[in-house]
Design a binder for this molecule. Structure first.
Ligand SMILES: Nc1ncnc2c1ncn2[C@@H]1O[C@H](COP(=O)(O)OP(=O)(O)OP(=O)(O)O)[C@@H](O)[C@H]1O
Length: 319
């Protein structure tokens, strides 16, 4: 069984950094295809520079850095600015480069838009993103959400996943904390720190990166005797994580361990690899039960794809 090398359960808090000083031209230009829509235009068609932004407050911290709510001094437009930690080890630096590579590739209404990337002389990197005013889907856990409301969310996340998978990108860290929403009822996928563009070595995508709790059986136990067709189906890992996320939001607790219990690693590994997949509660609609079943099939090749799920009766029913 794969060894646990992951530390993403840690929630490192960083102290407020000093105000930024010199900024030199960005070393991470956005892709030509995305530039037109992704660059922030303000006065006289200039793009936003880091010195044009005022910090309002901290929105949250993750392993890779701290995210601030910022406002543009002239236009008063609000953005989220992720200031990446400076003292990164080589793994985190690698993740940052990968995240930037992916941000340059993507442009979809279902993915949090990256407007620009700044780098200072010191090497400090900041990512300017679209601001999602209602934060992550974590806040919906236990909020007595209805199936119809969940279907609206599920459809948008699946459209985002379908877009990524068509571009041969696996997200590898789908969970409530990486899905953001705003008051326009939009839900978007964020945080591409452990995502990967699939090139040739498909089964390498099953490496132990991401948040263990939401990992699919084939990723948790990557050394199991898995059929070639299942190894090649790297996108199915995102669908497992998506299914768990949807179920968690509806029932209000993490579905792989009994309600109220904190998931420790051993319990999680047993639950994912040895026990039956979690199911939607009996009182849910048949459509939702079937939807969850299609996402949480143990064999990756039997799990539905994002495009198939978009045509599942749970998402097609009249509201
Ligand atoms: N675009 C955004 N708009 C609004 N809030 C955001 C945005 N991006 C991030 N946040 C908030 O900042 C918090 C931290 O974001 P970040 O991406 O650093 O966290 P994370 O997902 O825990 O990261 P990591 O996976 O690198 O540990 C999020 O949990 C969210 O509350």
């Amino acid at each position: 069984m794969a060894l646990v090398r992951d530390n993403r359960f840690l929630n490192l808090k960083l102290s407020l950094p000093q105000a930024s000083t010199t900024i030199f031209p960005c070393c991470f230009p956005m892709a030509a295809t995305t530039t037109a829509s992704a660059k922030v235009t303000c006065v006289a068609n200039n793009t936003v520079s880091a010195t044009d932004l005022d910090r309002i407050n901290v929105l949250g911290s993750g392993n890779s850095g701290t995210v601030y709510k910022v406002t543009h001094k002239t236009t008063s437009e609000i953005y989220a600015l992720k200031k990446v930690k400076e003292d990164m080890d080589s793994t985190s630096r690698c993740q940052l480069l990968r995240e930037i590579e992916i941000l340059r590739l993507v442009d979809s209404p279902y993915i949090v838009k990256c407007h620009d990337i700044f780098q200072k002389h010191s090497g400090e990197v900041s990512i300017l993103m679209e601001y999602m005013d209602l934060g992550t889907l974590e806040s919906l856990r236990g909020s007595a959400i209805t199936e119809d409301q969940l279907a609206l969310i599920a459809r948008q996340v699946l459209k985002g996943l379908n877009y990524l998978h068509e571009l041969k990108i696996v997200h590898r860290d789908i969970k409530p904390a990486n899905l953001l929403r705003n008051s326009k009822e939009e839900v978007k996928i964020a945080d591409f720190g452990v995502s990967k563009v699939v090139v040739k070595s498909l089964n390498k995508c099953n490496s132990f990166a991401g948040t263990c709790a939401y990992m699919s059986p084939e990723r948790v136990n990557s050394e199991a005797d898995v059929a070639e067709e299942d190894k090649a189906n790297v996108y199915a890992g995102d669908i497992w994580s998506f299914g768990l996320t949807m179920l968690e939001i509806l029932v209000g607790y993490f579905p792989l361990v009994p309600q109220g219990q904190k998931p420790d690693l051993a319990t999680l590994i047993c639950a994912v690899c040895l026990e039956e997949s979690p199911k939607a509660p009996e009182e849910c609609s048949e459509e939702f039960k079937s939807f969850i079943d299609c996402c949480l099939r143990k064999k990756p090749s039997e799990r539905w794809t994002a495009s198939q799920l978009l045509n599942h009766p749970f998402l097609l029913r009249q509201h």
